[in-house]
Design a protein around this ligand. Sequence first.
Ligand code: AMP
Ligand code: MG
Length: 419
Amino acid sequence: MTLTPPPLSNDCFALPQGVDWTPVDQALALLRDRLHVVTAEEEVSLEAALGRVLAVSAVAKRSNPPQPNTAVDGYGFAGARAEGPHVLPLIEGRAAAGVPFAGEVPAGSAIRILTGAALPTGVDTVVLEEDVRSDGVAIAFNGPLKGGANTRKAGEDVTAGEVILSEGRVLTPADLALASAVGLAQLTVRKRLRVAVISTGDELVEPGEPAGLGQIYDANRPMLLGLMRQFGFDTLDLGRIPDDRATLRAALDRAAAEADVVLTSGGASAGDEDHVSALLREAGAMQEWRIALKPGRPLALGMWGGTPVFGLPGNPVAALVCTLIFARPAMGLMAGAGWSEPLGFQVPAAFAKRKKPGRREYLRARIRAGQVEVFKSEGSGRISGLSWAEGLVELPDGAVEIIPGDPVRFLPYASFNLS
Ligand code: AMP
Ligand code: MG
């Protein structure tokens, strides 16, 4: 049986009273505090577990290595050997990986042994093949050799019963190697977070369709669907919805019934044609998030039929930045992966910029020749700049004056799991 966690509460997006423009960090702290995992657990094979969120910490069934074995090809015997020459009689037979030696090796005798072979009874030390002369009857080598040399102890990597992977981890290929090595064939993971994506606006047409005067192609939907897939989520494409309340209501109803989260773009402000915010307000679970952030207009965060709705600005640049900065960590939490922050680093600027205090700012940027350059225009309708960029420069909330060579914080797209 799989358990689905309880839904989020209707007031989970409520902002503190009296706050006008909420600083980015405060908005993030609020999301982090209010949201919780919403996806159910399921057991899957290792093969299907790649990229999934571990729901229950995985415990080693078996130690790695499971038994003491040799790290090299050579000859095994018991005990250390002092400095100087040593000659040991060889017993018949050998120990190889997967083909252990069944007998016992008498004290003072040696046995041929190959990398990965379990140490036979009576063997705790191995001398490297390259250091040995052998005539098939005896071996000769020079000490000193420490007891236990060239061997691996049972459980020196992992011991049975140890937690190998913690709940919330997004599983990597290396994790699958580890799980397999310690005897696990299945892992309990979370079902993928299912995200419904809706574009809104009378002006939007579908790529490939003829576009008349005043119409534009829907740029946000392919971008947002792609982002969600790269974050490891399942998507439900609910298409373009005109600026019509009844049609949007029906789309939101379907989204809430079939998805864990709804992501809309456009119509999130307070204008006449801003139907996403109007409907959420009507439902009594709408919060206009006025975040001190550029680019970005108000975000409409709300609940529709118990399902959280992230109403992104229509502007593609703002939609991408708001998705990376707000939706991604929030959704990661809902998906069970915990709160994640992008890994940024300081890079010398190749540009000059003066910024007033009050809003945190994100610039489309990329690194060339060890310096970070920014897109030639900050115009928030410039979709080409999103594609040109390979990350974002994050400028602090306060005033800054940057001259070329000053360190600035660069957040590569890869640090948001994007390629
Ligand atoms: P809105 O937030 O609906 O006021 O839209 C703000 C701006 O973004 C307007 O110029 C819209 O035409 C544009 N916009 C809205 N949705 C999209 C979309 N899906 N693709 C491209 N541009 C859009
Ligand atoms: Mg619109």
